[in-house]
Design a protein around this ligand. Structure first.
Ligand code: SPV
Ligand code: MN
Length: 629
């Protein structure tokens, strides 16, 4: 650190905070902190270590600042984001790139110099009147090859508090790594706040990402997906780093499936939103390692995964005691929880859409005082809680948290699941022929149909490779290639599965119950250990009737009829061909540098389907493949 920076920090920080900051031997971090203190010009600064006192200080600051309010249950608080600040802002999320760097047509970019100038202008004096929190966290478990130390500067105690529930503490990690730390930096300011303590200057909301500099700026916003540096902002930085180093950062849950004789088998899973990701991670009989983001690395000839996070920033809409017993219990226990954008009643209770019990007749929500029928400026009816309202809690407070959650070695990864919302094409569960086939026909071909919960027309298929489209910081083609290379260099890579919880019959009825996914997981678990056979179809391996019948009895104590099996596992050739054509066209027309193998694999699948159609017709029931096992 230069003498000038040292003097500056000494002047601006209290003796205690200066000592805390300097206890980390990382001049580059000191320069970074000094730079943004000077630019953002906060009234006060608090440097937090991992100590319980420091953590409590930040938590209480959120109440003191009016960013959070206490609720009736001890340790529960509520926070509101502004009415127009309820989701990730894709349009104003941009990569800062030097001239000559091309991230392809799907990524939003801005010239680095121009973007930096703009963001520094917005950040100038933005924290005056506010306190700045300097916090250290760690992505992935501490003291591990997965760990990425992070420093977060924010003037929102809500953001700093959320990160405390969602990530592992990183001050000690920084201290012991010292000069060798390769860290990520996050600068956040909620900007000017209105009387409800929500960001006022939404038009100046910016999320700018500098992968080379390993820094993300987030301003004039509070919504967690934009502001919690270690969540989605960090994902872009980590994907950039992973691509250079040959590992993966996926938008994936990590779940331990409990097999026979107390065996645990670990799977990761990618699902676009509203496709069953959380419900898969939270199946009560299994145990959860993570619900959102994972790092995957190779060691020897095996793949290992960790949860990047240590908590859940989960959608609360629809959570009820019957379908989500574990979450329900956690939400009613005196653990530390931040509710965001739900309805709060006079007696400081919370309500959300789909909660058990009656909807209150009045309360306060993200729009202010609320009564049923209230409309916004555009004439839209305001729901009691926002559809994207969330709860934030540490995973350790869930009954089903897996004991390996913080294992620095990660968990051995046996299977990867891709699942979309698909009413008419893919069977409920299927295993790919091999890694390359799975990455291409399941991961790179992932689509999801829009639902009534999203704006726009229902049932429109949205392309979302690996459910990671929003977070890519490298061109799609390159990203697909890094996924292909990861597994194809292994003798026995993790198996790849496709699931579809949303298949419908000709009458428009779902072919499966919500709980059937429990059976699919158990089947996949047996498959990776080669303990159950399967039937080879042109699109992959499907389960045999007798195995599912047994599993339905064991897992759900249910009779599974052959009729149901046939309905669910009939290969629908026209729909499958249409999907192949759709995906091929997307890669041909909108993606630069698609690995050529993608087209070869899609062509192979097309040919197998066409050949099968010649033999068996458009809709091929599972019994037709008997001779082809
Ligand atoms: C998602 O949208 O994928 C989330 C929530 O996990 S957010 O933090 O907004 O990204
Ligand atoms: Mn997510």
């Amino acid at each position: 650190m230069s003498e000038k920076t040292n003097e500056f920090l000494k002047n601006r920080l209290s003796e205690e905070d200066y000592r805390k900051l300097l206890a980390i031997d990382k001049p580059e971090m000191h320069e970074f902190v000094a730079d943004y203190i000077e630019l953002c010009n906060p009234d006060g600064i608090f440097v937090a270590t991992d100590s319980p006192d420091d953590i409590r200080y930040v938590r209480e600051a959120a109440i003191r600042n009016g960013e959070e309010d206490r609720l009736t249950i001890r340790e529960h608080t509520i926070h509101f984001d502004g009415y127009y600040d309820q989701a990730r802002d894709k349009a104003r999320t941009k990569f800062l790139v030097r001239s000559g760097v091309d991230l392809g047509p799907n990524l939003n970019t801005i010239d680095k110099e121009k973007g930096e100038r703009e963001i520094r202008e917005i950040l100038k004096d933005i924290m005056s009147g506010h306190e700045l929190y300097v916090r250290f966290f760690c992505l992935g478990p501490v003291n591990s090859e997965f760990s990425i130390p992070c420093v977060q500067l924010t003037d929102s105690a809500y953001v700093a508090h959320s990160e405390d529930l969602l990530y592992r503490r990183g001050y000690e990690e920084f201290k012991h790594r010292g000069r060798s730390a390769r860290f990520f930096k996050f600068v956040h300011s909620a900007g000017e706040l209105d009387e409800r303590m929500v960001s006022k200057n939404i038009d100046k909301r910016r999320i700018y990402i500098d992968c080379e500099g390993a820094i993300v700026y987030s301003v004039n916003t509070q919504y967690g997906g934009n502001t919690i540096g270690l969540k989605k902002p960090a994902m872009r930085l980590a994907i950039h780093r992973a691509q250079k180093e040959g590992w993966l950062n996926e938008h994936m849950l990590v779940v331990a499936v409990h097999g026979p004789n107390n065996r645990k088998t670990f799977f990761t899973g990618a699902f676009p939103s509203l496709c069953g990701k959380t419900s898969t991670a939270m199946i009560p009989e299994e145990s959860i390692v993570g619900d959102d983001i994972s790092y995957i690395r190779k060691r020897g000839d095996k793949a290992y995964a960790v949860n990047v996070e240590a908590g859940i920033f989960g959608i609360i809409m629809g959570i009820n005691s019957k379908d989500d017993p574990i979450t329900w219990e956690a939400l009613h226990s005196p653990n530390e929880i931040i509710f965001s954008n739900v309805l709060i009643t006079e007696d400081k209770d919370v309500y959300w859409i789909g909660k058990d019990g009656k909807m209150p007749r009045k309360g306060i929500n993200h729009s202010g005082e609320w009564t049923p029928g209230k409309r916004d400026a555009e004439g839209n009816e305001i729901t009691p809680s926002h559809k994207n309202a969330r709860f934030t809690t540490a995973l350790k407070d869930l009954k089903n948290a897996d004991p390996r959650l913080h294992d620095p070695d990660g968990v051995e990864l046996s299977g990867v699941i891709y699942g979309g919302r698909d009413s008419d094409t893919c069977v409920p569960v299927l295993e790919a022929f091999d890694w390359t086939h799975g990455i291409i026909t399941k991961g790179a071909s992932l689509e999801s149909e829009t639902t009534a919960a999203t704006l726009g027309k229902e049932g429109v298929r949205k392309f979302n490779p690996m459910s990671n489209l929003d977070f890519l910081s490298v061109p799609i083609g390159k990203y697909i290639d890094m996924n292909l290379k990861f597994g194809s260099s292994m003798k026995k890579p993790p198996r790849i599965f496709g699931v579809n919880y949303f298949l419908k019959d000709e009458g428009g009825n779902f072919t499966n119950e919500k709980t059937d996914k429990k059976v699919w997981l158990k089947w996949m678990e047996l498959r990776v250990h080669d303990e159950v056979g399967a039937i080879k179809t042109p699109t992959g391996y499907i389960p045999r009737y007798e195995d599912l019948k047994k599993l339905f009895r064991e897992v759900l104590n249910k009779d599974y009829s052959r009729d149901d099996y046939v309905k669910q596992f009939t290969i629908r050739v026209p729909e499958n061909l249409a999907k192949i054509d759709r995906i091929k066209k997307i890669y041909e027309t909108t993606v630069a540098n698609t690995p050529p193998v993608l087209f070869e694999v899609l062509k192979g699948e097309r040919e197998r389907l066409v050949k099968a159609r010649e033999k068996y017709g458009d809709y091929i029931t599972p019994d037709r493949w008997e001779g082809e096992r």
